[in-house]
Design a protein around this ligand. Structure first.
Ligand SMILES: [Ca+2]
Ligand SMILES: [Ca+2]
Ligand SMILES: [Ca+2]
Ligand SMILES: [Ca+2]
Length: 398
């Protein structure tokens, strides 16, 4: 805080100086017939600066601003019509323009041409788009936020909430949430990547700080916001190893309100973390390009599905792209597939409670039915029911 204050005061000081300088310039120009320009007057030696600077400047009506010992020079405001004469003084080596120097601007991120990430290809989401793009399905990304200005996401981001501080923006200061969001819904255009459902409505629910961690209470608030704002799917690529009753209550409430809750199993090579381990959540483990589970992907009877999670290329903060690995990347493949499924009308085969809507268990059953079995035959603790195929998921008979 101390540093920030001193920075702010220094910055304000700078602004004030600039304003004062401008006022002075205006005065000088309007009062007299002369206009002045800032020049760096370089003398032939250090001794000559000492001996003749004052005389030379006075002779040409220049106003000294400061000395630059390093280069045997003085900085002065010189009447424009005296600059050439001053440069011809025998003691003067050269007169340079005191040009304005600017802050180094961020390099512009050149948007690479669109490629199909292997994970999207693996779940056949690129084929599903001939049937649906997930348009108007609301998916809440409960994470570090989403880069709201990312050209490969921007038009799909329909809102959001910063649970850490509701007065602060819900954009992504970490990168993780933007990566997750791209797997769900990167736009199908000429640049970068394409997501599972390129027209899914994304909501940036920021509950994790720049460091990637956050309080459970903020996650719970994010879940509450999701319920109150009609999210149909929430993706939680986050977790903790401890089971806290309040966390379970919040996940149960989301499930009971009809939200499909998708969570990453965790990357410790051990027990499934929470919220993934709650029965109301869909727990997702990771696979690589060869359909194998990486050693770090958590496992247990709570695993529901497996999805691509190794070397996943997706959007990143700062309008950028990055390749990341983790069950964090696997979960959004399932969230995207769930959203694509929901975008299609439910049929009587799946609408168990005949309410004409997709309920979480109905969506889960659809994903089970379109999963490719991996590992041991049938359900297993590493891949759950297997790897769902998005293209099959959206082909319903009515
Ligand atoms: Ca494919
Ligand atoms: Ca794209
Ligand atoms: Ca239903
Ligand atoms: Ca299996």
């Amino acid at each position: 805080m101390k540093n920030r204050h001193s920075f702010i005061s220094r910055y304000l000081g700078f602004v004030i100086l600039v304003i004062l300088f401008m006022a002075l310039t205006v005065q000088i120009t309007s009062a007299g017939s002369r206009s002045f320009t800032r020049k760096i007057i370089v003398f032939k030696s250090e001794a000559l600066v000492e001996q003749s600077a004052e005389n030379v400047l006075m002779k040409h009506g220049a106003v000294k601003l400061k000395k630059l010992e390093l280069i045997n020079a003085v900085v002065a405001k010189v009447p424009s019509n005296e600059v050439r004469k001053l440069a011809l003084e025998p003691d003067v080596l050269r007169v340079d323009d005191d040009i304005e120097v600017q802050i180094s601007k961020k390099p512009v991120v050149i948007q690479p041409p669109q490629t199909l990430p292997w994970g999207i290809d693996r779940i056949d989401a690129e084929l599903a788009k001939t049937i649906t793009t997930g348009k108007n399905v609301k998916v809440g990304v409960i994470d570090t936020g989403i880069d709201v200005n990312h050209p490969d996401l921007k038009s799909n981001i329909k809102g959001g909430y910063n649970a850490i501080n509701p007065l602060r923006p819900y954009t992504d200061d970490n990168g993780h949430g933007t990566h997750v969001a791209g797997i769900i819904a990167a736009i199908d255009n000429d640049i970068g990547v394409v997501g599972s459902g390129p027209e899914i409505s994304l909501y940036s629910i920021k509950v994790l700080k720049k460091s990637g961690s956050g309080f459970l209470s903020d996650v719970i608030e994010g879940i509450e916001w999701s319920i109150n704002n009609g999210m149909q799917v929430i993706n939680m690529s986050l977790g903790a190893s401890i089971d806290i009753a309040s966390f379970h209550d919040a996940v149960r409430a989301a499930y009971q309100s009809g939200i499909v809750v998708v969570a990453a199993a965790g990357n410790e090579g051990g027990a499934v973390s929470y919220p993934a381990a709650y029965e109301e959540a869909i727990a997702v483990s990771a696979t690589d390009r060869n359909d194998n589970r990486p050693w770090w992907s958590n496992y247990g009877s709570e695993i529901d599905f497996a999805a691509p999670g190794v070397d996943i290329y997706s959007t990143y903060k700062g309008s950028n792209y990055a390749t990341l690995s983790g069950t964090s990347m696997a979960a959004p493949h399932i969230s995207g597939t769930a959203a694509l499924t929901i975008s299609r009308p439910v049929n009587s085969e799946y609408d168990v409670d005949s309410d004409g809507k997709w309920d979480p268990d109905e969506v889960k059953q659809r994903l089970i039915d379109v999963s490719e079995d991996l590992g041991d035959t049938g359900f297993d603790i590493y891949y759950g029911f297997g790897l769902p195929n998005a293209y099959q998921a959206v082909q319903l008979s009515y």
